[in-house]
Design a protein around this ligand. Sequence first.
Ligand SMILES: Nc1ncnc2c1ncn2[C@@H]1O[C@H](COP(=O)(O)OP(=O)(O)OP(=O)(O)O)[C@@H](O)[C@H]1O
Ligand SMILES: [Mg+2]
Length: 263
Amino acid sequence: MHIWAVANQKGGVGKTTTTVALGGLLAESGARVLLLDLDPQGSLTTYFGHSPESMPRSSFDLFQPMADVSRDALQQIVLRTAYQNLWLLPASTALATLERKAVGQEGMGLAISRTLTLLWDDYDYVLIDSPPTLGVLLINALAACELILIPVQTEFLAIKGLERMLHTLGMVTRSRRKPLRHVLIPTLFDRRTQAGMLSLRRLRGTYPQEVWRSVIPVDTRLRDASSRGVTPSALDPGSRAVRAYGLLLKNLLAGDYLASATS
Ligand SMILES: Nc1ncnc2c1ncn2[C@@H]1O[C@H](COP(=O)(O)OP(=O)(O)OP(=O)(O)O)[C@@H](O)[C@H]1O
Ligand SMILES: [Mg+2]
């Protein structure tokens, strides 16, 4: 099982969209994919038509003491989606109560990493959508995964905010035994605006070793997909954004995603 986390402490940069788009494409390719919603806002859960306000069982249950969590219990939390090979482990607003607990509390940062081992044979990929705040939930996502996808909106302030995210990443990386790879993914890119072009150039100039070689363009089809609760590739497989996510996935699977690898 491969675990990827989609994370950025900045809000509205395309985390949930990236989780659904890549998850949908991976499932279409035949992989068994679990989308894990770790955001108390529950946008991913809402995306698939469920209400995070009224989920009796949710990713909150993954934080119970290990002795109280079983594979059967976890499987009962997982929801089917309309797509073959694609499942959702929903969030509930109760997750917000965990954020108040101290990050340093013994074992708290490793809860997700531990409980996901129970599902090791059930899925090929787990994609974790994380909240835009630094706390127990984000730390858990980072500690559990082997690869972190960091969507970065191509605009000036978003790139400034990235420093905080990379600082958090450094903290987590130092405390882990397994290596942790990460890739910055320029999102919401509008090549018609000078600000977009400048931001992309700046991002690539500042983090030459970390940025994906291509971009996810602004594409209103992504909003259409989200408002209809369907994966972007099911709505419009030929749309610009879906083609870009397809290239991203191909690059991630081949391990040749960095711009620096080609230049
Ligand atoms: N490439 C894109 N083109 C156009 N709209 C996009 C694109 N990516 C995301 N969006 C839209 O931007 C909004 C924010 O995206 P999304 O919810 O994925 O961000 P997020 O980082 O998960 O936000 P949050 O931090 O609140 O969880 C959504 O309305 C989404 O449909
Ligand atoms: Mg989100």
